[in-house]
Ligand binder design. Structure first.
Ligand code: ADP
Length: 254
């Protein structure tokens, strides 16, 4: 298995990112412009061939490209992540279950078999719960994109010997070619067709996990599948052995 460990300087290349961003957003903007201009010209010329069906075609193209821009900017906003970071006491089990409920429909649609293995008594983690959910959903979406119908997805969470929480998302998808491994976390690196991938998912995940003080690693074997592992440090009080998820739940229930 080929492994890539992320270097902390990956995201410091903000300048590169800014120019890639301009490039990525310019393409769909140019397309929107062409469709809008063409439509206006035809309306102004009183083109009688312009029927409802064709108008709808123009509007759909405009909408598709607007959505693409929205996805790119939405992802980019996460780079300025310090602005809206909340510090929650996170039960990893709950976050994983919530993440899965967001993608369940897609899993069913693609008839992907899901196996969930969350160990009992995991330590709590501190950080932004919604951001962690965003990371897990992103990893599951990548896994789903890599699988044909009837693939297998395993989401697991375990405690590590050094007191961290390890979350793994494993798929039986097409895997990642060796030459792509060190580009995976680069902003805008994508192998997905235009309109599907922005190449920002993993770099955003990386930024979020870094803020948790954790790490993210990817193992993959072409034609066999991919495992993404996140390791998160346990909450400080948990590291001192003061409690685990189940106790925190009991406290809340009182
Ligand atoms: P995007 O999903 O928009 O392409 P990401 O940054 O999330 O952007 O992923 C970058 C690339 O990494 C993907 O285009 C794909 O080639 C590869 N990749 C990520 N996760 C997986 C996976 N589970 N299986 C195979 N390839 C993957």
């Amino acid at each position: 298995m080929e492994e890539t460990m992320i270097q902390t300087d990956k995201l410091s290349a903000l300048g590169i990112m800014a120019s890639s961003f301009a490039h990525e957003v310019n393409n769909p903007l140019a397309t929107i412009n062409v469709y809008a201009e063409d439509l206006i010209d035809r309306i102004q010329a009183g083109d009688e061939d312009l029927d409802e069906e064709e108008m709808e075609h123009y509007l759909r193209k405009i909408k598709e490209n607007t959505e693409r821009c929205k996805r790119i900017t939405g992802n980019l906003l996460n780079f300025s992540r310090k602005n809206d970071w909340t510090e929650d006491r996170i039960r990893v089990r709950e976050i994983i279950e919530n993440s899965i409920s967001l993608v369940e429909h897609q899993l069913k649609k693609q008839r992907i078999q899901l196996e969930l293995r969350v160990a009992e008594g995991l330590p709590l983690v501190s950080g932004d719960g919604l951001k962690l959910m965003q990371v897990i959903v992103n990893l599951i979406n990548n896994a789903v994109d890599a699988m044909e119908s009837e693939g297998k997805l395993v989401v697991s969470a375990n405690g590590t010997v050094d007191g961290k929480v390890s979350i793994e998302v494993t798929d039986s998808g097409h895997g990642i070619p060796a030459e792509a491994m060190d580009k995976l976390f680069d902003p805008f690196f994508t192998t997905k067709p235009i309109g599907k991938g922005t190449g920002l998912g993993l770099s955003v995940c990386y930024g979020i996990i870094q803020q948790f003080g954790g790490s993210i690693t990817i193992d993959s074997k072409p034609a066999e599948g991919t495992t993404v592992e996140i390791q998160l440090p346990a909450e400080r009080s948990m590291r001192a052995g003061l409690g685990v998820e189940d106790q925190a739940m009991k406290m809340d229930e009182k």
